[in-house]
Design a protein around this ligand. Sequence first.
Ligand code: PEP
Length: 247
Amino acid sequence: MTRRVLIAGNWKMNMLRAEGEALASALAKDFAVGAGADMLVCPPATLIAPVAAVLNGGAISVGGQDCHMNESGAHTGDVAAAMIKDLGGSHVIVGHSERRADHGESDATVKAKAEAALAAGLVPIVCVGETEAERDAGKAEAVVEAQIRGSLPAGATETGVVIAYEPVWAIGTGRTPTIDDIAAMHAHMRKVAGSMLGSAGALLLLYGGSVKPGNAAEILALEDVDGALVGGASLKAEDFLAIAAAA
Ligand code: PEP
C-alpha cells in the first residue's frame, strides 16, 4: 500500500503575525505541488487565517494545534473544530503531550476532541507517546497501545485520521529513540490501529520528537513511518524544507 508522506509543522505558541506570514511565504516559495511529500503547517489559532491567506490553497495545507470537544458554547478561550475548518484548515492536532500535561487531557478527552474534528470535516492528528520513565520500565509499547485504544475517535477510517508517535522525552530535547525502537513502535501501532479500524494499510503514522534535517532521511525511510510531526525545526523554512526533501 503506497502512503503519501506527510510532513507536519507544529509551530506551538510562537510567532506574531508578520513572522508567521514570512515563514509561510518562504515555505510556499520553495515547496512545490508534486514534491515527494505533503506539507502541513499548524500555527497558533491566531495565525491560521493570515497563514491560510498567504498559502492561498496551494501545495501547503494549514491546520490547528488543538480544538474543543464541543461544537460551540460557553468555553471561554477555546476554539471549535468548525472554526479551524472555517479558516481553511484541513487537520488539527489533538492530544499533544504538552496539552495532556499542561491541561490534564485524558485519552477520553482526546478521543472526544478527535470526534469533534471528524464531525467538522477535519483530519485529527492524534498524538501518543510514552514518558522516559515508562520507556525505562519497558512499558513504552503498552502505554502507546493504551493511548491509541483510548484516543482514536469512534467512526474513524484509516484515511480519515493520522496518528503521531511522539515520545515525551524526545520532544524538544535533541534526543530520539533508536531507529530500531521507532521501527518497532510504528509496526506495533499499525497492528493496534488495524485491529480497531479494520485495516491500517493506508493509515498515516507520523514520528515526532527532535526530527531535524540531519536525522529525517533515516527516520522517514522506515517502512511504517509515513511522515513527521516537527516542532522546533518547523520554525525555520530552510530546516523544514530540508526535512520534507528528505522524504
Ligand atoms: C512536537 O512538539 O510536536 C515536536 C515534535 O517538537 P520537536 O520537533 O521540537 O521535538
